[in-house]
Design a protein around this ligand. Structure first.
Ligand SMILES: Cc1cc2nc3c(=O)[nH]c(=O)nc-3n(C[C@H](O)[C@H](O)[C@H](O)COP(=O)(O)OP(=O)(O)OC[C@H]3O[C@@H](n4cnc5c(N)ncnc54)[C@H](O)[C@@H]3O)c2cc1C
Length: 401
């Protein structure tokens, strides 16, 4: 995106990519379908150390512009409740239209070139170092993403290069990631999927919540609602705060509604055990966990149904950690957005721009992360090309989406 926007402003652009081809993470996105933007992408969907800057980026190149940009490149869309995918339902379509446009604009793509350092010359220009070459450049756009995921090429280059240039960086932490829980019963519910609510508490205070299909795994919890609260969970743990989640396995009716259903079922079939009463209501692997806890906690058998209903709607788990950076879709952390001008140029290193996940911004699921890449890529690409060049023929070094 940055390369295309710079080349459209008549800059001579070179992408340095250490993989055998650019865009591997883009190909993996959205389960291979690429959820490329979200009709409701707004600043509230992002975590960052400079919300005002990110809000401006999103308003300078909003979702409507993203759709227009890609439509012009030949892409049509599929709208799933505001989550936008290519009509082909294949992420390769998104990558292909970008590569076609880059090629049309004569952007050079050098693959298997790992950037190891960026050196600022006395005249203000740059030398971008790889194992085999030193590339001179008037401007550099750092679009090297984050170390999140097992996708080949994911790296902490932004952190290393940022630090080497004296920029403020924030440690990369996994986000949009499954969570591990401390309680031992999770080994029994592994493989279960349940429509549920999740409320994340840090030091006893709710900091985020979501609802949808939650996956109960052998080590904890996963699925989109868990991803949506995972940033706050990982941060809470990093700050050594008490981090818990309350799961609600009957989010639409609440404790009262669930108790009423159980009571009616008992009236209809007084011979049924509690497990049998729950059989038509909840996934089978969850039921013995719930009844086991209720019986273990003690209390009279007369109010067992009431206690079951309370537990179903208020099921506490202690967060022990995340599944780790290789299981994460994105990372929080990167180059601090406080370092940047509105054009996304580093104040302390004029001529160096940063985009996408290399920045200390992470979005919620639903196409928000890629929307951030399109907006920041557009702004950085255009700005780098437009600001006065110190040599007659400028060249740009860019990696990534
Ligand atoms: C499994 C998965 C699913 C996802 N699904 C979605 C989704 O549906 N919607 C959404 O909005 N977001 C999704 N994301 C997140 C989204 O893909 C990323 O936020 C986005 O790709 C980041 O773009 P970027 O250009 O900043 O970095 P990347 O896409 O990571 O690109 C960085 C590039 O730089 C290269 N590079 C890194 N270091 C160096 C170096 N030292 N030298 C040379 N090259 C280097 C890398 O090889 C890579 O090609 C998903 C992520 C994953 C892992």
């Amino acid at each position: 995106m940055a390369a295309i926007c710079a080349a459209r402003e008549h800059a001579s652009v070179t992408i340095l990519e250490h993989n055998d081809r650019p865009g591997r993470k883009l190909l993996a996105s959205g389960n291979g379908k690429c959820n490329l933007t979200n009709l409701r992408a707004e600043i509230g969907n992002y975590h960052t150390d400079n919300p005002e800057l990110i809000r401006r980026c999103l308003s300078q190149f909003p979702v409507s512009e993203t759709l227009h940009f890609f439509r012009e490149l030949g892409l049509q869309f599929r709208d799933r409740d505001g989550w936008i995918y290519p009509a082909s339902d294949q992420s390769v379509s998104v990558l292909q239209v970008l590569l076609m446009e880059a090629q049309h604009l004569h952007v050079k793509i050098k693959t298997q070139e790992e950037v190891t350092g960026i050196h600022k010359e006395a005249d203000g220009s740059f030398l971008v170092r790889t194992a085999t070459w030193n590339y001179p450049a008037d401007k550099v756009i750092l679009s090297c993403g984050s170390p999140a995921s097992a996708v080949r090429g994911s790296s902490d280059t932004a952190q290393r290069i940022g630090q080497s240039l004296g920029l403020q960086t924030v440690p990369f932490l996994p986000s949009l990631v499954p969570l591990k829980i401390r309680e031992p019963f999770s080994s029994r519910w592994g493989g279960c999927r349940v429509h549920a609510g999740i409320s994340l508490l840090v030091d006893g205070k709710e900091v985020s919540c979501d609802c949808g299909e939650i996956q109960l795994t052998e080590s904890g919890i996963s699925g989109i609602p868990v991803f949506q609260v995972s940033h706050d969970a990982v941060l809470g743990l990093a700050e050594k705060k008490k981090t818990e989640a309350i799961l609600n396995f009957w989010p639409d009716g609440g404790t009262g509604g669930f108790f009423a259903i159980l009571r009616e079922a008992r009236t209809n079939s007084p011979w049924k055990t509690e497990e049998q009463l729950l059989a038509g209501l909840l996934p089978d692997r969850l039921i013995p966990v719930l009844t086991g806890i209720c019986r273990k906690n003690g209390g009279s058998s007369s109010d067992l149904l009431q206690r079951l209903a309370s537990l179903v709607c208020h099921f506490p788990v202690t967060i022990a950690g995340s599944a780790g950076i290789r299981q994460a879709q994105v990372c929080s952390g990167g180059i601090s957005t406080k370092e940047l001008t509105e054009e996304l140029m580093c104040r302390r290193v004029p001529g160096l721009y940063v985009t996408g996940e290399a920045l200390n911004v992470d979005g919620l699921c639903g196409g928000n992360c890629l929307q951030l890449c399109w907006s920041t890529g557009y702004i950085a690409g255009r700005s780098a090309a437009k600001t006065s060049c110190i040599r007659e023929k400028s060249s740009f070094m860019i990696n990534g989406t």
